[in-house]
Write a protein that binds this ligand. Structure first.
Ligand SMILES: NC(=O)c1ccc[n+]([C@@H]2O[C@H](COP(=O)([O-])OP(=O)(O)OC[C@H]3O[C@@H](n4cnc5c(N)ncnc54)[C@H](OP(=O)(O)O)[C@@H]3O)[C@@H](O)[C@H]2O)c1
Length: 336
């Protein structure tokens, strides 16, 4: 019975979100005075809900990485109107398309030169359920943005995060995944570029990249947290079904007509962007654990069998390292 209640609470908004056995609300976010954070996709959707909450709870500086200037300008106006000009001025926006790994490295290095600490990294940006496409590097766009771009970003921020954690503070990283990781093709091996460039259909494309986010989380926990950095935590999150651009507009790219079921049909049941922000805020401000799959609101759950597969995890990270090095001509490398 608890499992059913938790599944409903995890995925749906409003009164449904209260049915679960675990509870966490954004009001429980601790005071973040003195902390510095980095968030991808913090300008709209769930990421905006997270950014707003971190600022509301006094984070000292927040780097937001995203694509569109118009969107971040709108976001800053809302923050200034609702939380005050001082909070809006704590945002430093950096344009960064995560499919461009050279640019991602450059942005990470600029952040490292601009701050002496990083306490929070939210890897949130994402390409939703959309058609297959490839980046300028010739790599599947879902994998390149949702997984590899975030691995590059994390790699280049890692020295400063290790330094921050080495001073005795807890540094927390979250990867925005989804329970739709279960839609990854069952023959996924992460064995080659050809394999990940094979069109798996909109759900399969998305699911594969979200599976990668959980595997990377477990890999980081095994190779970094458990290997001498106990204060440097990484967890993956599932926000539930949330009303955002992904679920109201982008879904119509692959599904022009049937997408209306998601964009309009189940709209009243979806979570708001703030409800969707809850597991991430928990993961980057409260948890003391690492390597977990945290479902809304703050419930560690067991992800799919593929997400537990250590061989798949090692293949994924080998492929990630190889592709980043090869496609950037060695200008960007993955350090773990
Ligand atoms: N909505 C849901 O029901 C749901 C469920 C499970 C998981 N998720 C995940 O939650 C995360 C946030 O999605 P959302 O629903 O809040 O969608 P959203 O409102 O469309 O926000 C997506 C964010 O990602 C940024 N972004 C997109 N492509 C990028 C790129 N190539 N490089 C850098 N940033 C990029 C966008 O930047 P701009 O603002 O500049 O456009 C935007 O800020 C995603 O990882 C998504 O897969 C969502």
């Amino acid at each position: 019975m608890d499992k059913i209640r938790n599944t409903i609470a995890e995925n749906l908004g409003g009164p449904f979100s209260k049915l679960g056995t675990s509870h966490f609300s954004l009001d429980e976010c601790p005071d973040l005075t003195g902390k510095v954070g980095v968030i991808t996709g913090g300008s709209q959707g769930i990421g905006f809900g997270v950014a707003y909450t971190l600022l509301k709870h006094n984070i000292s500086k927040l780097y937001i990485l995203s694509v569109s200037k118009d969107v971040i300008d709108g976001a800053k106006t809302v923050i200034a109107d609702e939380l005050g000009r001082d909070k809006a001025n704590r945002i430093k926006w950096m344009q960064c398309d995560l499919s461009d790994w050279r640019r991602t490295k450059e942005v990470a290095e600029a952040i490292e030169n601009d701050t002496d600490r990083i306490d929070i990294l939210v890897n949130n940006s994402g390409r939703g359920i959309m058609n297959a496409d490839v980046t300028d590097y010739g790599v599947d766009r879902h994998m390149a943005v949702n997984h590899m771009g975030h691995v590059v970003l994390t790699s280049y921020l890692l020295p400063l995060m290790k330094k921050t954690a080495g001073r005795g503070d807890i540094v927390r990283i979250s990867n925005q995944s989804s329970n739709l990781h279960q839609g990854a093709p069952s023959d996924t091996k992460f064995a080659s570029l050809d394999e990940i460039n094979r069109d798996a259909g909109p759900n399969g494309q998305y699911g594969r990249s979200k599976l990668a986010g959980i595997l990377y989380t477990r890999y980081f926990d095994r190779n970094v947290t458990q290997k001498g950095h106990p204060n440097l935590l990484m967890n993956a999150t599932h926000p539930g079904f949330v009303s955002t651009k992904q679920s109201t507009q982008d879904i119509h790219e692959p599904y022009p007509v049937s997408g209306y079921v998601m964009s309009h049909g189940i709209e009243p049941l979806k979570k708001s962007q703030f409800e969707g922000a809850v597991p991430t805020v928990y993961a980057v401000t409260v948890t003391k654990k690492s390597g977990e799959w945290i479902c809304a609101p703050a419930t560690p759950e067991t992800a799919s069998a593929m997400a537990q597969d250590d061989d798949l995890m090692d293949n994924l990270m080998q492929l990630t390292r190889n592709l980043v090095r090869e496609k950037t001509g060695g200008e960007a490398v993955v350090s773990i």
